[in-house]
Design a protein around this ligand. Structure first.
Ligand code: SAH
Ligand code: SF4
Length: 395
């Protein structure tokens, strides 16, 4: 550790004792589902087949009621209904932006809330999902990082966000249809870029993504799933080995000094260690390139010198640099870089041979853009002064 500064300040972690009740099958791995079926009396030699049948009903057809699982015997369906549920988190509200972006406020067990955002584009539809309520990390430019309450989402609550969006988009296949016959998929991509640090909730995120990738269900290719991390170095190789999805990293600073102030986890795993882990990722995961996310903050990290340092640092790593104009939120201690500054920065990166798209903010009118997510009902909030102090900037 290069610094003794605390990474996690005054967050309150909510205990994970969820209310007792029938077991929810959503979010169980195939093995867990099989075990659950055996526990209620399914003969062991049938368990594999029953698991496959129920799996398809839940994740391919979007069926929630055991009575509709028509290839199972009636008394077996009744037994399932006595013991299990197929339940999604509750949608508290749904807002639609003028640009078509949809934001869902989702209530999970215990009454806490997270946000999920659907972003339609001409050639794809991306769902941005949350992995935690709040975030224990405190990146100084991120609205989620100002939220004090934190709890990890379960795998069911993570995969449940995908199912909620498919419900809303009307995207479950009709009987007799394969998926995708009706044209390109509305929900074709997933980014783990909502609330929370996915690599601080590794097992649940992994299990949920393996469910999303499973060919007998939602069936999204691992290349269409991107996990974004602030740089939890020890979990990066595990992500390659156990999930194998695409990786994005919240880079944002080209010196440890600047990055420490923006992404405090850099104090624990500084730039050099992070880059070593990233260099190893493509080979381990067999994925082509890493996305470097870089939020453009006026006068903080947006100079020509920063751009040159960035391309030098990442030399040798197959990469794309996503430039994100800073999205403002109430009390934020930063401003967005000017458009011509962003363009100049993008040109330097581009001329060095890297794609450098500037991310167009989506859903700003409904506070759905990157870094703006935070449940509206959440009250315990850090003060402007606390945020500024942690960022090492004066207001
Ligand atoms: N915790 C993960 C994933 C969630 S954040 C991570 O940090 O990578 C998703 C992306 O939004 C990150 O790149 C984050 O740095 C960026 N972001 C956060 N706040 C932002 C803001 N106010 N404006 C623009 N981008 C922001
Ligand atoms: Fe957490 Fe990511 Fe926001 Fe940092 S940018 S506070 S890691 S959600």
């Amino acid at each position: 550790m290069s610094s003794s500064a605390p990474i996690t300040q005054d967050v309150v972690t909510i205990p994970r004792n969820l209310p007792e009740g029938p077991v929810n099958l959503v979010g169980l791995t195939r093995e867990q589902l099989s075990t659950a079926l055996i526990e209620i009396g399914t003969p062991e030699k049938q368990a594999r087949m029953r698991t496959g049948q129920i799996w398809q009903w839940i994740y391919h057809w979007g069926v929630r009621d055991f009575a509709d699982m028509t290839n199972l015997a009636k008394d077996y369906r009744a037994m399932l209904a006595d013991n299990f549920v197929v339940a999604l988190p509750e949608v508290v509200s749904r807002q639609v932006s003028t640009d078509g972006t949809r934001k869902y406020l989702v209530r999970i067990a215990g009454g806490h809330e997270v946000e999920t955002v659907y972003i339609p584009e001409p050639d794809r539809g991306t769902l941005c999902i949350s992995s935690q309520v709040g975030c224990t990390l405190t990146c100084s430019f991120c609205h989620t990082g100002t939220q004090k309450l934190v709890r990890n989402l379960t795998a069911g609550e993570i995969v449940g966000q995908i199912m909620i969006a498919r419900d809303d988009l009307g995207e479950w296949p009709e009987p007799g249809q394969g998926s995708g016959v009706a044209g390109p998929r509305l929900l074709s991509n997933i980014v783990l870029m909502g609330m929370g640090e996915p690599l601080y909730n590794f097992e649940a995120v992994r299990d949920a993504m393996l469910i999303a990738m499973d060919g007998e269900g939602i069936s999204l290719s691992r290349r269409r799933i991107t996990l974004s991390t602030s740089g939890v170095v020890p979990e990066i190789s595990r992500t390659a080995e156990e999930i194998g999805c695409m990786l994005a990293v919240s880079f944002h600073g080209t010196t440890d000094e600047v990055r420490n102030g923006l992404v405090p986890i850099n104090k624990r795993w500084p730039i050099a260690e992070l880059l070593d882990a990233l260099r190893a990722y493509p080979k381990l995961s067999n994925s082509e390139r890493i996305t470097f996310e870089y939020v453009m903050l006026k006068g903080v990290n947006d100079s020509d010198e920063d751009a040159r340092r960035l391309v030098k640092l990442i030399r040798g790593i197959p990469a794309k640099i996503n430039l994100i104009p800073f999205n403002e939120w109430p009390g934020a201690p930063y401003e967005r870089s000017d458009p011509d500054r962003i363009e100049a920065f993008a040109d330097i990166v581009h001329n060095a041979g890297y794609a450098s798209p500037v991310r167009r903010p989506r859903g700003e009118d409904i506070m759905a853009a990157c870094g703006q997510l935070k449940s509206a009902t959440e009250r315990a909030r850090k003060s402007r002064a606390e945020i500024a102090a942690e960022a090492g900037v004066s207001t």
